[in-house]
Design a binder for this molecule. Structure first.
Ligand SMILES: [Zn+2]
Length: 141
């Protein structure tokens, strides 16, 4: 069986006011939009994809970011102080291979609607701390 070939690309993202800009290296064959029902994802309703700190770089406006954490403070939810748009989440979880970055799909500038439509959607039941299985209800996420 032939393994599908990786299609590595560097894609650009930003907040709405463009004070914050970042780039992230992705494998376009492995992209997905991940939706979750945990307390903050229910409020924010944005899809993310998983990346690695070594593949993610803020190229402009690091000082424009604010960082929100709660609970165990394991996750840092970054957003632009001016326009309020979320850019990424950083955290550390042994079950996810250590340090990770969740990039907010909506902050990516380079994806076409066609590409976005083609990415598979994964759901996590974060509300019940079940990150590998979908919640009972998903349509509203
Ligand atoms: Zn902004």
């Amino acid at each position: 069986m032939e393994a599908s070939e990786a299609k590595i690309d560097i894609i650009n993202g930003s907040c709405h006011c463009k004070k914050v800009a970042f780039k992230v290296k992705v494998d376009l064959t492995k992209m997905s939009r991940n939706l979750c029902n945990c307390s903050i994802c229910s409020k924010r309703r944005h899809a993310v994809f998983f990346s690695n700190p070594s593949k993610f770089e803020i190229v402009q406006g690091k000082e424009e970011l604010s960082d929100y954490s709660f609970g165990t403070n394991n996750c840092h939810h970054y957003f632009c102080k001016t326009c309020g748009c979320s850019t990424h989440i950083s955290g550390e979880n042994p079950n996810l291979g250590g340090a990770y970055i969740c990039v907010v799909v909506a902050a990516i500038d380079d994806f076409t609607p066609e590409q976005l439509d083609s990415f598979p959607v994964n759901y996590a039941d974060g509300l019940n701390n079940t990150w590998t299985a979908p919640p009972k209800y998903t349509k509203y996420l």
